[in-house]
Design a protein around this ligand. Structure first.
Ligand code: ZN
Ligand code: ZN
Length: 936
């Protein structure tokens, strides 16, 4: 069998269908892993890497005194399986393989993925011949061509990939561990540092500092409006920027009508079409359409796997000779862009455009198949369309503008007016993303004397440099040699994911600033691009076999040791600096009560916003529990309270925007404030003005204070505070019921717990005691199933029962003994004999009597009469002396209040049998025996 290994399942299936041609492809499944077979071949897809590099065991403990962060630099590494089922399937198939073809993506990463697969295959089939299929698109032409011309695996390329893996692991792990320990960060809050990541973050931080340090300078512009033949136009002063206000004003005052047209110069401007797409160019263009770099890349990869576009990871901006542009145009004639393709065919430029970078591994990104919006869906279609239009543009003629430059004079002051008109749209006809706006002037002629309609003097300011957009950053990373076409967008995604940067354009967070500033001060090599660039260059050298993998890894280890030499000297300072700055990130704005800093605070799962002047200021706002996400501040600021908005973030979940915590606090509290008897909207406003937002704040406030705030009499205030107390009690009961429902009623689709609460309230079930009294039928009306209703009711009843017992004064330890013996209802204490309770629980009779008196007293029931302990003991002996009457029977008799021989002799056997469940005949026997004994 010929085993073909593809990079992913989706490409495996496509490759199989292409190679099988008209033949049938049989889809199989092995341990859940799909396989595709035809003729004597079988194709299986990997999941990218199926193994990963990790340290040899023994380096997991961050606090280990022997294995310090620095020790990771020289720690041994190994490959550990990450996709066990795929590996098992691969090895099972490999045993039967007569030949193996690696058909992963053709680049460093793909070559390494291929080599990893080969290593796994050789473990079970050491001698099997291995070949490599190289292609740049998963299209019939490329795939057939690649399989007709199989090559060897490029071990140098794979080695370069391996070197990168090891170097990135060693750098990332050792530096991350060092910095995190220094800043006392662990668990999910570690501070990651990385070889490419940190210099990239440093660029963003440096830009932010430039912006902060920027001092805007004022300048003035002068422009006038005139008209000819009813057409208005504007002209600007020949001095584009006046740096002194007086000069601008002087020029304005000297400007007098008429405007004299001195010279009209006509020209032509030619716009060449853009160059073919490499990865960076593609990401920049997709960024303009609103795609983040990682999203654009994900969509492009998907289109590649499905045969719609060529391989999207490429540094090449020149179409190779071997690429048939005609056949691509032919393919597009069957696409929604048929009209554009036909136009290009007719008007095609002699040579396609070309960019500056040429490489041989892959052609520039271009379309390889025809697709419609229906097939692809909106998002994928927009990216596909972008690739198609760019490709068409590169074959299209130039666009041509007619330009006019007109020099004028008014009162001796020189003015200019520029006009431009697109006369030949050329490539802009097919590449519709760049706006081409005409700027038209009326037909001006030398010697024209025109009126002045308006003169405008404007004061402006120079602007700071702009923040990086994702695509600008990717361009800059490329210029600096940071990362590769395959990794740059991932690095940015990581910076965002780790909350080092936020927003678009990208802005560093205080933690991001702190980490970089501290590293710049103490170990700036990590934040500069040089080291990383050197390593990238070395890895290129591995590809062309100028250096070995081991040499480059060794060199990187030496660099890292030098970094640690300085880092270790300043560990404490670095930690202190970062911790201080990280704290800033929690400040959301001024405390409304005292003006101190409000901070997001956490303790375990609970999160709240509290004042930095605690305990002097007790202002705080509760936030939802951390199980719904970690609370962070966002960029947005509440215009009313000056507080940053709060958002809950959780991995794999949509973020939950709380908005301004004070606004939402006020909104939530208003409803409960209205529960207070006598509360009015005016009172609520006055309370708000004095930062009293909740019922409990009102209930706990000093009456004199409150009277002053509300402007009412002490008598009225007493009433209001009493009302607040009642409202508080009601709210507590409600929230108890809410918690209970949440704990006992599993959430179900289409039934929110808030809805259940509301409908229960309508039925008059507003607290837990009411729920315990409710009937199952009533609950079913609220949308609770019969089984759920039973469980909920019995849970509510038993909760209420234990509350009665607890409230009656039975200590928790005894309560537990009763519960274990099966006594949970308060009624048990009134209707079961205390002696029986004592038997079953092992508690002393005195104790049980005391408890029974408490419970029955609380329930208003008759307290059982007390029986002396001595009598019980004597009676026990008497009864156990009766033949056939053992401990079990005695317990049953106790339950019915039969304590001694007199009680038993006087009982009616039939009734006692019913009460105790003891056979009536046996009872008669016992009584007869006692009678005999009594007579004797
Ligand atoms: Zn405060
Ligand atoms: Zn607000």
């Amino acid at each position: 069998m010929n085993l073909i290994v593809a990079e992913k399942n989706i490409s495996a299936e496509r490759i199989a269908r292409i190679l099988a041609g008209k033949g049938k492809v049989t889809t199989g499944k092995d341990k859940g892993i799909p396989t595709y077979s035809f003729d004597d071949a079988m194709v299986v897809g990997l999941k990218g890497h199926v193994v990963e590099v990790d340290f040899v065991s023994g380096y997991d403990d961050w606090r280990s005194p022997e294995n310090t962060p620095r020790s990771l630099i020289d720690a041994g590494t190994r490959k550990v399986p990450t996709e066990k089922r795929i590996i098992a399937t691969l090895q099972k198939l490999a045993k039967k393989a007569g030949e193996v073809v690696i058909a992963t993506d053709f680049d460093t990463e793909g070559e390494l993925i291929g080599k990893e697969a080969v290593d796994l295959i050789r473990e079970v089939n050491p001698k099997v011949p291995v070949r490599r299929a190289r292609f740049s698109a998963i299209t019939p032409q490329e795939i057939h061509g690649a399989f007709a011309d199989l090559k060897d695996l490029d071990t140098a390329l794979a080695s370069a990939g391996e070197a990168r893996q090891v170097i990135d692991l060693v750098w990332g792990a050792s530096l991350t561990r060092f910095i995190s320990i220094a800043a006392r960060r662990g668990g999910k809050n570690i501070l990651s540092v990385g070889r490419v990541q940190s210099p990239t973050l440093a660029m963003i931080v440096d830009r932010e500092k430039e912006i902060a340090a920027f001092i805007p300078e004022k300048y003035w512009t002068l422009q006038l409006t005139s008209e000819k033949a009813g057409e208005e136009f504007t002209a600007r002063h020949a001095t584009a920027r006046f740096t002194k206000k007086e000069e601008a004003e002087g020029a304005r005052d000297r400007t007098r009508p008429p405007i004299l047209v001195r010279e009209v110069r006509e020209g032509e401007k030619v716009d060449r079409p853009p160059a073919p797409f490499d990865t960076t160019g593609f990401l920049v263009a997709a960024g303009r359409l609103g795609f983040s770099a990682s999203n654009a890349m994900r969509v492009a990869e998907d289109l590649y796997m499905n045969g719609f576009i060529s391989y999207p990871r490429t540094d090449n901006t020149v179409y190779p000779k071997s690429l048939s542009l005609e056949s691509i145009l032919a393919v597009l004639q069957g696409s929604p862009f048929a009209r554009e393709a036909a136009w290009v065919l007719e008007n095609r430029r002699k040579e396609p455009t070309r960019g500056k970078k040429v490489s041989t591994d892959h052609p520039p990104i271009h379309p390889t198949g025809s697709a419609t919006r229906e097939i692809l869906g909106e998002e994928r279609f927009r990216i596909y369309e972008l690739v198609v239009r760019r490709f068409l543009a590169t074959l299209s003629p130039d666009s041509v503008w007619k330009t006019v430059r007109c020099s004028m004079e008014a009162g001796g002051e020189p003015y200019v007016a520029n006009g431009a008109r697109l006369v030949t749209p050329g490539w802009r006809k097919v590449y519709t993303y760049l706006e081409a706006e005409d700027h038209l002037l009326p037909p001006l002629v030398q010697g024209d004397r025109l009126p002045i309609k308006e003169i405008l003097l404007e004061e402006k300011e120079t602007q700071p440099p702009a923040r990086y957009t994702q695509s600008k950053l990717i361009q800059r990373m490329e210029e600096l040699g940071l990362g590769t076409k395959s990794t740059r967008h991932e690095v940015i995604a990581k910076l965002l994911g780790r909350r080092y940067v936020e927003g678009n354009p990208l802005k560093p967070t205080p933690v991001g600033m702190a980490v970089i500033e501290s590293l710049e001060d103490h170990a700036d090599a990590i934040t500069k691009p040089e080291m990383t660039r050197t390593l990238e260059a070395d890895m290129q050298e591995i590809k062309v076999r100028k250096r070995t993998k081991d040499f480059v890894i060794g060199e990187s280890r030496e660099m890292l040791h030098r970094v640690f030499d300085t880092l270790e000297k300043h560990g404490e300072e670095i930690g202190r600096e970062i911790m201080g700055r990280a704290d800033e990130e929690r400040v959301i704005g001024p405390c409304p009560a005292c003006g101190g800093d409000l901070r997001i605070r956490t303790g375990g799962q609970s999160q709240f916003v509290g004042c930095s002047r605690y305990p002097d200021c007790g202002f705080n706002i509760n936030l939802p529990s951390a199980q719904w996400g970690k609370a962070i501040r966002t960029e947005t600021c509440c215009p009313e309270h000056g507080l940053r908005h709060v958002r809950l973030i959780r991995k794999g979940a949509r973020p939950w925007d709380i908005g301004c915590p004070l606004c939402s606090h006020i909104k939530a509290s208003e409803e409960s404030l209205r529960l207070i008897q006598g509360m009015t909207p005016e009172f609520m406003k006055k309370l708000r003005d004095h930062h009293l937002y909740t019922v409990s704040e009102v209930a706990g406030r000093d009456p004199g204070d409150l009277a002053r705030i509300l402007g009412i009499s002490p008598g009225e205030v007493q009433g209001l505070i009493a009302g607040a107390g009642d409202a508080l009690a009601l709210l507590r009961k409600r929230s108890e019921l809410r918690r209970f429902i949440r704990a006992h009623l599993p959430p179900r689709k289409g039934r929110s717990q808030a809805e259940v609460m509301k409908r229960l309230g309508e039925l008059g079930v507003g607290d837990l005691p009411a729920l315990a009294r409710a009937e199952a039928k009533a609950l079913m009306e609220v949308g609770i199933g019969p089984k759920e209703a039973d469980t909920l009711l019995s849970a509510a009843r038993s909760a209420m029962d234990s509350r009665v017992l607890r409230d009656a004064g039975i200590p928790a330890a005894s309560l537990k003994r009763y519960r274990e013996a099966g006594f949970t209802r308060p009624e048990d204490f009134c209707f079961l004999h205390p002696v029986f309770l004592a038997d079953r629980t092992g508690l002393s009779l005195d104790t049980v009597y005391r408890h029974a008196a408490l419970v029955c007293g609380a329930m208003g029931a008759k307290v059982p009469a007390k029986v002396a302990k001595a009598r019980v003991e004597k009676g026990r002996e008497e009864l156990l002396g009766v033949p056939g009457l053992g401990e079990a029977t005695l317990e049953k008799l106790h339950r019915a209040g039969i304590l001694d021989r007199d009680d038993l002799s006087g009982a009616d056997p039939g009734e006692l049998a019913r009460k105790t469940g003891i056979d009536a005949e046996a009872l008669r026997g016992f009584i007869r025996h006692l009678g005999k004994k009594g007579k004797g």
